[in-house]
Design a binder for this molecule. Structure first.
Ligand code: ZN
Length: 298
């Protein structure tokens, strides 16, 4: 069932490329043995039969009457990727985008929280930008890192997605470097969160009836809400990523977080209980059904 988030004069609409990606706990969190009595080791977070963590691959539209932003761009269609689940995907992402009634030329800006392969791919097709009129915002340090020797090393594991998904945007003159706390639209601003990657950011979205922090990859799974010190194998600076996550959880207690890879509906509030942090999905902002931009405006 499709869903979206109602912030009054702003709507946040997930575009879900994969609604249930199962991954071995040890691949993401080396040495992790999930505590089967804890909340993060139950549905929707954990598939007991498979013994695997549940992830979602998604990105977000931030829509208002006079502006449409795309925040992140998933894996994308038809790309050669080492991970079987990401390799040569059908065009689920663009189908979902078009189902909103928007066209690529309606997009005013694209924001990359960071430049990992599951956040950039759908912004290009056949080595050309998909959104012809949009600046694509990224923190400069992030782009420099992935263009460096160290970034290239990591890319040998995933396939060189920078070459097919980010450099075409730069060549077209559409890549714009922004500060990690820049405003990126009338209702959205970046929040610095370097650690997972060197220029990693969150995006705060403010509407007339609510605020959501698109928390990107500061946390990938509920186990990191329960154990903030746990960083993934894919974090460039795992210790800094853990510090950022701990600070964010403490500072954003009770506010609505929307981490990219949390299971649907993904948005929720962090609560502090006797056994540490928990996560309560936010029903108040949630609307079910297909989001259609023109109907929503009317
Ligand atoms: Zn990610």
């Amino acid at each position: 069932m499709a869903h979206w988030f109602d912030l009054g004069d702003v709507a946040v609409v997930p575009l879900i490329e994969d609604d249930r990606l199962l991954i071995e706990p040890g691949e993401f969190f080396p040495g992790l043995e999930p505590d089967l009595d804890d909340w993060y080791a139950r549905e929707p977070w954990f598939d007991r039969a498979a013994g695997k963590l549940v992830f979602v691959i998604q990105s977000f539209l931030v829509c208002s009457a006079d502006e449409v932003l795309v925040v992140d761009a998933c894996v994308g269609a038809g790309k050669d990727r080492r991970r079987a689940e990401f390799d040569q995907l059908p065009d689920r992402w663009m189908q979902q985008f078009l189902a909103t009634g928007l066209r690529p030329s309606d997009v005013d800006a694209v924001v990359f929280t960071h430049l990992h392969t599951d956040h950039v791919g759908a912004a290009t097709a056949q080595l050309e930008p998909v959104f012809p009129d949009a600046p694509h915002f990224v923190v400069e340090e992030e782009f420099r890192y992935w263009s460096s020797e160290a970034g290239g090393e990591a890319m040998r594991r995933t396939g060189d997605y920078l070459a097919d998904s980010v450099l075409p945007i730069e060549r077209a003159g559409q890549l714009r470097f922004v500060a990690p706390d820049a405003a990126v639209g009338k209702h959205a601003s970046l929040v610095p969160a370097a650690g997972h990657t060197p220029g990693n950011v969150c995006v705060r979205v403010r509407g007339s009836a609510g605020t959501v922090l698109l928390a990107g990859d500061t946390m990938h799974h509920g186990v990191q809400v329960r154990h903030p010190e746990l960083s993934t194998r894919y974090c460039v600076d795992p210790e800094e990523a853990a510090r950022v996550r701990s600070r964010l959880l403490a500072e954003e207690l009770g506010s609505v977080l929307l981490p990219t890879h949390f299971p649907a509906p993904s948005a929720g509030r962090v609560r502090r209980g006797q056994a540490g942090y928990g996560f309560e999905f936010a029903a108040d902002l949630l609307r079910t059904g297909q989001f259609r931009y023109r109907d929503w405006l009317a």
